[in-house]
Design a protein around this ligand. Structure first.
Ligand code: FAD
Length: 384
């Protein structure tokens, strides 16, 4: 007879999804009386990323929102749109605050523990699942929540773009920023590699996070990211003197690859579970919605596979948009300019949240040029 699993749950990967799930379990009372182990090879103490997202109400992580805005700016050559986004608020959470906040709660929860360890594999077994560590240890649990993933080799139907970026938190000696308005996208930069823009998150008149972002298949040389940031800050923002306080780097998959939700006693979460919106890279809010639904399902029926959060049509829209960007059927700056010139920002945000109605979606689609999107839709249907 196989011994009972040691843990009720193992959370494999203590990043955004793993920690969000843990916090949802604690806050809802679901963690009480359960043995839950979180595993990550990293200590999760550094400010390795910042999350931006929008919502209409205070969220579970409201206490650690570092800065928020209700006014956004969209810019492209010849286009300036000031966007008032009420009832939405655009929020920014720093990674370091998120990790600290989550671990403080986890440390206080009697049945929860964190172990720093490298995972080599997760497997289903008859009465649960097991997690193998690189030192040969085998851990068992009733359920494993996994946020580790690797993409399989692409096949011909795959779109493999990356949203890759470098950001500098800069400080100036004189006032240079309007802290009341964040720049969501500024396309006033070269577009040779693909859709390329900056965003500027001002924390005060003298401090801002400036990020250089590209949607393209390949990463750039480090010097090219740096050169673009220097040119934008100096020539476009007109900021002469500044100090770089922190740097951020990242790459988010933008792909039509379907990330499986898992099977049996292994539930994939986060990017690994398909929570990254492939056409925008936004993930944070989707993770929050997904883990809340998982905890509700565990409470209700005991299994971690609640009905899917949104209709298949949103995957189709994402894939069409990805195809437009990937095959360069329309330049990214022209596409987003059109979107923001012709639609209310709230409608776009609802659409990007996969929360719009079919009527709302058709209205947005009607504002986009027909031919590039028709061709992309035909390609998407043919390749699916
Ligand atoms: C720099 C950056 C900025 C981002 N900004 C935004 C944003 O503004 N808004 C937004 O919505 N999304 C953003 N994203 C996308 C997304 O929200 C994040 O990637 C988010 O962290 C995804 O959560 P996750 O739990 O799936 O992955 P992660 O947070 O990456 O968590 C996975 C965890 O698994 C651990 N791990 C990996 N392999 C192993 C192993 N073998 N053994 C043990 N542990 C392992 C990692 O250390 C990590 O902690 C950003 C991503 C990056 C990289």
């Amino acid at each position: 007879m196989t011994p009972r699993p040691t843990y009720d749950y193992i959370i494999a990967g203590a990043g955004c999804a793993g920690l969000s799930l843990a916090v949802h379990m604690i806050r809802s009372g679901h963690a009480t009386g359960r043995k839950i182990l979180l595993l990550d090879h990293d200590a999760k103490r550094s400010n390795d990323r910042t999350w931006c997202f929008w919502e209409t109400k205070p969220g579970l992580f409201e206490d650690i929102v570092y800065k928020s805005w209700q006014s956004l700016l969209f810019r492209a050559p010849g286009v300036t749109r000031s966007l008032s986004i009420e009832p939405y608020t655009y929020k920014l959470i720093r990674g370091v605050d998120f990790y600290r906040y989550c671990f403080e709660l986890i440390d206080r929860e009697p049945g929860m523990e964190f172990r720093q360890a490298r995972i080599t594999a997760c497997h289903n077994r008859e009465d649960g699942a097991e997690v193998a560590l690189d030192d040969g240890t085998l851990l068992t649990a009733g359920l494993v929540f996994n946020s580790l993933y690797s993409l399989p080799s692409p096949d011909t139907r795959d779109i493999r773009l990356l949203q890759h970026f470098r950001g500098w938190l800069i400080e100036t000696d004189t006032d240079a920023f309007n802290p009341e308005q964040a720049t969501l996208m500024d396309f006033r930069t070269g577009q040779d590699a693909g859709a390329t823009f900056f965003y500027v998150m001002p924390f005060s008149e003298r401090q801002a996070l400036v990020e250089y972002t590209l949607f393209s298949p390949a990463l750039l040389d480090e010097k090219d990211y740096h050169g673009a940031l220097e040119t934008y800050i100096g020539s476009i923002l007109g900021v002469g003197q500044y100090r770089i306080l922190e740097k951020e780097a990242g790459a988010i998959p933008m792909t039509n690859h379907r990330f499986p939700r898992g099977s049996g006693r292994i539930r994939n979460i986060g990017t690994a579970g398909g929570q990254t919106k492939s056409s925008s890279g936004y993930t944070f809010r989707f993770i929050q919605k997904e883990v809340a639904a998982i905890v509700k399902s565990l409470e209700g029926s005991g299994h971690p596979f609640p009905p899917r959060q949104h209709g298949k049509r949103f995957t189709f829209y994402d894939n069409v948009l990805l195809s437009v960007l990937n095959q360069r059927r329309m330049p990214g700056h022209a596409l987003f300019s059109r979107l923001f010139e012709k639609n209310r920002p709230q409608d776009i945000m609802r659409f990007l949240d996969n929360e719009s109605s079919l009527t709302g979606e058709l209205k947005i689609i009607a504002t986009l040029p027909t031919m590039p999107f028709l061709r992309a839709a035909a390609w998407t249907v043919a390749s699916s």
